[in-house]
Structures are given as structure tokens and as C-alpha cells.
Ligand binder design. Structure first.
Ligand code: CDP
Length: 251
């Protein structure tokens, strides 16, 4: 998955203290803004595909995983335990996180590179099991829904955060193919990793993400599933754009 880091986020998150819409307001005022929800397991290609689709359509882009990672990093820095749901939820609500010129910022610091470490990946997936943390991030995610449209990627974009998305895509690929993609991505960034360790981490995260009680990773019933194991990034991007155009002309 492409790092949130290297991607220009057109719209920053509301900073701490700024007003954010409530859940119901977000639904009311933004209903006409089309959303494409792209969900899937770790390293299924959602980040790259979502960014390409957003660029092609000139839509806004939300990497929801970056939010979970930012909260994970902050919790690690503050020594907050992964089981402390209430403190983590307060952190998720109040942390000063912004995306500036494509760089993820935490309390004014550029932390884009730190977010992609496997340690942060693991803690992100462990804190994401808490309903209180997920609830605290809901309004922040929905605030990205702005004209002319939004491409949102994560685990529960179609099932929970944007259930009225115009198009829902669920990307899959074998764990081995995903570990190899993540390996190449991290090596290209100069981060040294071991492919067996990556495969193990991906499998562990898959289990945690799919078996948690709160918003488990699951394809929404109206999602279109694409197995990308044998497909290139360009092929998947083209397929998603074609699906969206079909929906758009049918509407
Ligand atoms: O890039 P990768 O798919 O490995 O991870 P990510 O999308 O950055 O998400 C990191 C972790 O945050 C995941 O393993 C999930 O546990 C969690 N997450 C989530 O629960 N819900 C989301 N919408 C996005 C991420």
C-alpha cells in the first residue's frame, strides 16, 4: 500500500479544536457527494489504487489506515497501553493530526516515515479492535466527504463509514502476493525487512482484522470483489474506474 506519506492529501483533517460534523450531520449535508469505498486486507493494493482513482476523477482521497497509524504512534510515544480503550479513544478524538502537502503530521511533526514501520502497523491493528477508538475516528473520516467526490480506502469504508457509497470495491490477493508487495514497497523506501516476518505479520493482522467484534474486515454485501493476485496496478485501476463509470451512467 502506498504510504499516506507520499500522497498529497487535498483536504487536511480538521485540526484539534476545530468543529467537526456529528455523525448525523455528516450524513445529512454530504449525501450528494459521491463516495467510492475501497476496502481490503493489508497490502492488497488499496492505497495505490484509491489514489490513482482519486487522481483520475479529481476526487478527494482518504487513507483511513493512516489515521489508525497516527493514533498508534502517538499512543506508543505516550506509553499508552493497547488495551486502554478509553484513553486511546480520547487520543483518537483530540490528537492534532493533519496531512500537509502529502506528509502526515502529528502535533506539528512530520511522521510519515515512522507510520510505515511494522511496529506501528501492529499497534494500529491492535488499537483498531476497540469500538470506542473507531467511534472517535468516525466523524473525522466523514469530514473528508466533500465535492466533487471522495475515494476512501481502509477496512470498513463501505460497511460502516460510508454505507451509502456509490461504488464499493473489496480488493483481495493471496497473503504471499501481499507480503511480496509490502516487501518491495518497504525496501524501496530503504527500510530493511524480512519477507517471512512480513508474511507472518500480515497473516496475524488478517486474523485480528477479520475476527474483531467492532467493524471487522468484511466485504459489504453490495461490494464488488476483485482478486488482484494476478493483476497489475494499472489493470485494477482501470477496472475500478470502469465500474464507477457504469454506476455513474446508470444513476
Ligand atoms: O496498508 P495496510 O493495509 O497494511 O494498513 P492500513 O490500511 O494503513 O491500516 C493499518 C491498520 O489499521 C489495519 O491493520 C487495521 O487494523 C486498521 N484499520 C482499520 O481497522 N480500519 C480502517 N478503516 C483502516 C485501518
Amino acid at each position: 500500500m502506498t504510504a499516506a506519506a507520499s500522497i498529497p492529501h487535498p483536504n487536511p483533517l480538521p485540526a484539534r479544536g476545530e468543529r467537526e460534523p456529528s455523525d448525523s450531520e455528516a450524513g445529512e449535508g454530504q449525501r450528494n457527494v459521491p463516495v467510492i469505498a475501497i476496502d481490503g486486507p493489508a497490502a492488497s493494493g488499496k492505497g495505490t489504487i484509491a489514489f490513482n482513482v482519486a487522481t483520475a476523477l479529481r476526487f478527494h482521497y482518504l487513507d483511513s489506515g493512516a489515521l489508525y497509524r497516527l493514533i498508534a504512534l502517538r499512543a506508543m510515544e505516550q506509553g499508552i497501553g493497547v488495551e486502554d480503550a478509553q484513553t486511546l479513544a480520547v487520543l483518537a478524538r483530540d490528537a492534532d493530526v493533519t496531512f500537509e502537502a502529502g506528509r502526515a503530521m502529528l502535533h506539528g511533526r512530520d511522521v510519515a516515515d515512522a507510520l510505515r514501520t511494522e511496529a506501528v502497523s501492529t499497534v494500529a491493528s491492535r488499537i483498531a479492535v476497540h469500538g470506542a477508538v473507531r467511534g472517535a475516528l468516525l466523524a473525522r473520516q466523514r469530514a473528508f466527504r466533500e465535492m466533487p467526490g471522495l475515494v476512501a480506502e481502509g477496512r470498513d469504508m463501505g460497511s460502516v463509514v460510508f454505507p451509502d457509497a456509490k461504488l464499493k470495491v473489496f480488493l483481495t490477493a493471496s497473503a504471499e502476493a501481499r507480503a511480496e508487495r509490502r516487501y518491495k514497497q518497504l525496501i524501496a523506501k530503504g527500510i530493511s525487512v524480512n519477507i517471512d516476518g512480513l508474511l507472518r505479520d500480515i497473516r496475524e493482522r488478517d486474523i485480528r482484522d477479520t475476527t474483531r467484534a467492532a467493524a471487522p474486515l468484511v466485504a459489504a454485501s453490495d461490494a464488488k470483489t476483485l482478486d488482484t493476485t494476478e493483476l497489475s496496478i494499472a489493470e485494477v485501476t482501470t477496472a475500478v474506474l470502469a465500474l464507477y463509470r457504469e454506476r455513474d451512467t446508470a444513476a
